[in-house]
Write a protein that binds this ligand. Sequence first.
Ligand code: PLP
Length: 367
Amino acid sequence: MSKSNIFLDAPNVGNIEKKYLCRAIDNGYISTFGDYVPKFEKKFASYLGIKKAVSTQSGTSALHISLYTLGIGKGDEIIVPTLTFIATVNPIKYVGATPVFVDVDIDTWNVLPSEIEKKITKRTKAILPVHLYGNPCDMSAINKIAKEYNIKVIEDATESLGAIYNGKYTGTLGDLGCFSFNGNKIITTGGGGMVVGKDYKILERIKFLVNQAREDTNNYYHPEIGFNYRMTNIEAALGLAQLERLDEFLEKKIKFNTIYKEELRNIKGIKFQETLPKARSSCWLTCILIEKDLDISTLQRKLAKKGIPTRRVFMPVVEFPPYRDCRCDKYKNSYVIYSKGLCLPSSTLNSFKDIVYVCKNLRELLK
Ligand SMILES: Cc1ncc(COP(=O)(O)O)c(C=O)c1O
């Protein structure tokens, strides 16, 4: 039997979303005006237990505006893991700074604090940790280093909305935290992002900069160069509805992760991404490391024939042409995870039965 309705990371959009979207359309506010943007920002901040959140056009623009607003630019160095999506790193280049790559931990797949410290120089301005696939980084260790060297922490929490570290949501632990609402994320606005942070004034400045640096008057007056990084009312309508369902999504994804662990526990050579004791992953994607002598792409093809979509783990960023001159032999774990890792179906459109079916096929293929 093969199935065709199993999804890797497809969005789950339903009736509440339709209702809010129709309301935005009926009111005629589909672009920059309308009340969904402030409502979404307020509810998002309140969910995370913080004062303010600023919406953006994407997770990438959230990262870019964060670096820019902190005054990071030419000559500055930003420490970043090499195992991540390229969108973590490109914004460092947008502001003219230099990414300094660090390997990840083989168990958590997240940036290694011990390696961060080795890379700090006089030029280091920030650490950009990524909570990969929703799994929280060791933020106590990272914040301790940042404090000691007086540098900033910008969390790439694009994949980790709802993940918790030491009783706090990821994204709220560093100086600034960035989220993504791309179609495949835990909640989606079709495409969008959010910046949160500790310093209210910095967030107010971000709000000003993402709106073409337009002064809050009716005159189109722009005292400096800004960006068009605003979220639209229609996107925020979708976001608000999705946010109301966030707990439902998290619960389901975490349950999928439990089922995978339970059903695959007897297969030798399978390791799951480990979560730190004081953390809870959002389980955005459940991923495994297959310590067997097999080709991941061949396994993917066999699974695809059974109707099971999968995805390779990110290729280390230093493998891409713009970053190749940073290649060296120090990113061993990132390469091991890339070559042996696999992301499994985690969309909340799947049923628990679908996940059991995926496990049954994995067991057969990995015997
Ligand atoms: C780790 C990581 N960083 C940054 C981004 C960029 O987010 P967006 O696609 O919303 O620009 C994504 C998601 O796409 C991501 O997975």
